[in-house]
Write a protein of this length. Structure first.
Length: 424
C-alpha cells in the first residue's frame, strides 16, 4: 500500500485535477490512499468567510461564500463529470449550511468554529476528485477523515490520539481495500471523541499522509509538489538551486524546523518510527526521480542548504534591577510568551539580556510590553532576516552576509544561523 498526498497547487483548477487523475492512473493495481488538500487557495477563502462571520459583515460573508461556490462549480462544469447529481447534492448541502450559518448566534469559541467551517475546503476537493476519477473509469471510494483521525479538542492544532486512530484505520480504512484499490480522504482534518471537526494546523495535509501511513503500515508516502523535490534553497530567492536527491529523516526534520516549506515539520516523525520512505516528487514531471527521505544519512552533508526568514523582529529583554538572566527571569518571559502563543525562531542570552527572534506578524509588541514592563526593559529591532545554513563553511557565510549588518550569530558543527539587517 502506498500513500499519495496532493496539495492545493496540484488541484488548483480543472486541468490540474485531470493531471492528478493521470498520475493516479499510472499506478494500476496498486493499493493507494490518496490524501487531498483544499483546491488552490480555498483555505484562504474560507478563512475570509470566518473573518466576515465574526465581524458580522453580512455583505462580505455572502460575497466570500458566493466566490467559493462559483469557483467549485466552475471546476465541475469544466470537468464535465457525468452522473454528477450526487456530487451536486453534496456541494449544495454544504453551501446551504454555510448560507444559514451567518444568521445563527455566533459561537464564542472561534478556533472551534474555524475548524467547522474551514474543513469544508477538503470535503469539497475530495468529493470533486472522487467523482471525476469514477467518471473516467477508475474505481475509487471516499472515506471521511473525520472517521479516521482522532484528536483532542485543541482546535486549529489537533493533537493525535494515536491508539484510537490506529484502531479506526483498522476498522474503517483497511477493510475497504478488499473491494477497491483507491481510497480518497481529506488532509488537514480530524475529529474529537465527541465527533467535532478539528484541523491539524495550516499545511497539515502532509501530516495527515504521515499519520495514515503510520497507522496502515504503508510501503511508502509520496507528496506531490510543484517543485522537482526538496531543493537546497527557495528558488524564489536563490539562483542555481540544487535537488537534494536523498536525505535522512533527521535532516528533513532539521530543515523543516528551521523553516524549509516543502515538508510539514510533523510529517516525518511517524514515518521515521516505522522506517517508511517519503518521496517528494513533482506533479508537473511525475516521472522525475524527486527526493527520497529515509534512514540513509550518507548524503546529508554533500550539499549546503539555505533557509531565509524575512520580516523578523529581534526582541531584547533586560531585568530592570540589573539581575542576571536566570531561571526566575526566564520563567517570567516564557510564561508571557506562552500566553501570547508566540513561536520563537531563535533565542540567545547573556548575563543581563535575553534576546528572541520572532516573525513580526506573529507578535503584538505592545501586548508583550504590557506583560513584562513592570520588571523588564524591552527593546527591539525590526525588518530583519534570519539566515540558516546547513553544512556551512566560512566562505558561504561571508557570501550570505554580504554588506549587511549582523546583529546575532550562532553556530554548531552542522548549522550556522545569523540575524541580518540593513546598515543605516
Amino acid at each position: 500500500m502506498k500513500v499519495f498526498k496532493f496539495g492545493g497547487a496540484s488541484m488548483k483548477d480543472a486541468t490540474a485535477v485531470k493531471n492528478v487523475c493521470d498520475i493516479i492512473g499510472a499506478y494500476p493495481n496498486q493499493k493507494l490512499i490518496v490524501v487531498v488538500s483544499a483546491i488552490g487557495k480555498t483555505t484562504n477563502q474560507f478563512e475570509e468567510l470566518v473573518s466576515a462571520y465574526y465581524s458580522n459583515d453580512e455583505l462580505r460573508y455572502k460575497d466570500s461564500l458566493n466566490n467559493i461556490k462559483q469557483f467549485h462549480f466552475e471546476i465541475i462544469n469544466q470537468l464535465q463529470i457525468e452522473s454528477s447529481e450526487s456530487l451536486l447534492n453534496d456541494l449544495n448541502d454544504v453551501f446551504e449550511h454555510l448560507s444559514r450559518l451567518f444568521s445563527h448566534p455566533k459561537v464564542e469559541n472561534r478556533p472551534y468554529q474555524y475548524d467547522q467551517v474551514v474543513s469544508f475546503g477538503e470535503f469539497l476537493s475530495c468529493k470533486i476528485l472522487t467523482s471525476y476519477l469514477i467518471s473516467t473509469g477508475i474505481k475509487a471510494t471516499w472515506l471521511d477523515a473525520r472517521k479516521l483521525i482522532r484528536t483532542d479538542s485543541s482546535y486549529q492544532n489537533g493533537q493525535i490520539d494515536w491508539e484510537t486512530t490506529i484502531t479506526l484505520c483498522k476498522q474503517s480504512l483497511l477493510p475497504l481495500f478488499e473491494h477497491v484499490d483507491l481510497t480518497i480522504t481529506q488532509g488537514f482534518i480530524g475529529h474529537t471523541a465527541e465527533g467535532h471537526t478539528t484541523t491539524l494546523g495550516r499545511e497539515g495535509s502532509d501530516y495527515s499522509a504521515g499519520i495514515l501511513a503510520y497507522c496502515c503500515n504503508a510501503e511508502d508516502v509520496t507528496i506531490w509538489k510543484d517543485v522537482p523535490g526538496m531543493l537546497n534553497a527557495d528558488p524564489k530567492f536563490f539562483k542555481d538551486t540544487k535537488l537534494l536527491e536523498s536525505i535522512s529523516y533527521n535532516e528533513a526534520i532539521e530543515l523543516s524546523y528551521y523553516g524549509a516549506s516543502v515538508i510539514h515539520p510533523k510529517t516525518v516523525q511517524p514515518l521515521q518510527q516505522k522506517n517508511i520512505p517519503l518521496f517528494v516528487k513533482s506533479f508537473l514531471n511525475p516521472k522525475a526521480q524527486g527526493t527520497i527521505i529515509s534512514s540513509d544519512a550518507h548524503r546529508d552533508s554533500q550539499i549546503p542548504s539555505y533557509i531565509v526568514k524575512f520580516d523578523q523582529v529581534l526582541v531584547t529583554i533586560s531585568p530592570k534591577d540589573f539581575s542576571f538572566i536566570a531561571e526566575k527571569q526566564l520563567t517570567d518571559i516564557f510564561e508571557a510568551l506562552s500566553k501570547m502563543q508566540v513561536t520563537i525562531n531563535l533565542m540567545q542570552n547573556s548575563a543581563v539580556n535575553f534576546s528572541i527572534l520572532i516573525d513580526r506578524n506573529k507578535i503584538d509588541l505592545d501586548q508583550l510590553n504590557l506583560q513584562l514592563s513592570n520588571h523588564y526593559h524591552i527593546k527591539y529591532n525590526e525588518n530583519l532576516e534570519l539566515v540558516t545554513i546547513r553544512h556551512f563553511n566560512e566562505r558561504i557565510i561571508e557570501e550570505m552576509k554580504g554588506e549587511k549588518l549582523c546583529l546575532l550569530e550562532q553556530k554548531t558543527r552542522t548549522t550556522a544561523r545569523f540575524v541580518l539587517g540593513n546598515i543605516n
